[in-house]
Design a protein around this ligand. Structure first.
Ligand SMILES: Nc1ncnc2c1ncn2[C@@H]1O[C@H](COP(=O)(O)OP(=O)(O)O)[C@@H](O)[C@H]1O
Ligand SMILES: [Mg+2]
Length: 245
């Protein structure tokens, strides 16, 4: 039996009285693409933070390829890559420096050939020595993805990679996601676009108020609603239940 790329069991995250994750169970198979959907505030970024070691769950267990993210922190961290929701690099570093520094942070030996290949793949080669603050929005996004790939993660998280990007860049990112999957990377991406989830993902996972309410293929989701569109089914799924009065 192969180990899942990701296994979350009863993952809970509280901030004071507020429960951001209410016991999430989720398994992702190696090579799968899973789209994580849910309204703003549903807990998508919090869940990714718990998996990638940015934040500590208040209960539950998370394993990445069998490594516990708490007790095997270093090994687990090297297996995951994260493209964060917010642009987070120093504006006074160049793309080339940003990749080199990231390699150091991830504890992998410098690999200039790999970094150069990433710069070319993400069409940043011409800007490799420019201050990142001078890059266009699309270039900044692509640098975020390149940074996340510097240590060759086997499980990649993309947190709203296409929020606010133009159609062309969105298509480019989709192509890149598919290439990464073809190269063996397991991918979890969050999105607000059902169309994107349907186009890319093997399964769609839906979070609502910190609870994972479904994780299934688009076909299985469609089969729930007699003739209704995926969007109609999704909207109904994430709607709050009627209060009992
Ligand atoms: N550090 C924090 N302190 C308090 N509340 C937080 C913190 N981080 C996130 N939250 C809350 O947790 C909920 C889930 O947030 P988040 O995971 O960012 O949602 P999503 O990514 O699905 O939009 C939100 O209500 C948010 O306000
Ligand atoms: Mg978020």
């Amino acid at each position: 039996m192969t180990l899942p790329a990701l296994r979350c069991r009863g993952v809970e995250k509280r901030f004071g009285d507020f429960t951001a994750l209410a016991g999430v169970d989720l398994e992702v198979a190696p090579g799968e693409i899973v789209a994580l959907l849910g309204p703003n505030g549903a807990g998508k970024t919090t869940l990714i933070g718990c998996i990638t070691g940015l934040s500590r769950p208040t209960a539950g267990r998370i394993e990445v390829f069998g490594y516990d993210v708490a007790s095997d922190f270093r090994t687990a961290r090297r297996l995951v890559g994260l493209v964060p929701q917010e642009i987070n690099f120093d504006p006074f570093f160049t793309p080339r420096e940003a990749l080199r520094i990231k390699s150091g942070l991830m504890g992998v030996p410098p690999d200039p050939a790999h970094c150069d290949a990433l710069l070319r793949t993400f069409a940043l080669w011409d800007k490799r020595d420019a201050y990142t603050r001078n890059l266009s929005g699309g270039m900044k996004r692509r640098l975020l993805v390149a940074k996340a790939l510097v240590h060759r993660p086997k499980l990649l998280f993309l947190d709203e990679p296409t929020a606010g990007v133009d159609v062309e860049l969105r298509r480019e990112l989709w192509d890149e996601v598919r290439r990464l999957r073809d190269a063996g990377t397991t991918i979890v991406l969050t999105t607000h676009y059902l169309e994107e989830a349907e186009a890319l993902a093997d399964r769609i996972a839906v979070l609502r108020r910190g609870e994972l309410i479904v994780a299934e293929s688009a076909e299985a989701m469609l089969a729930r609603g007699e003739g209704r569109s995926l969007e109609e089914i999704f909207v109904e799924l994430v709607q709050e239940p009627e209060p009992v009065s």
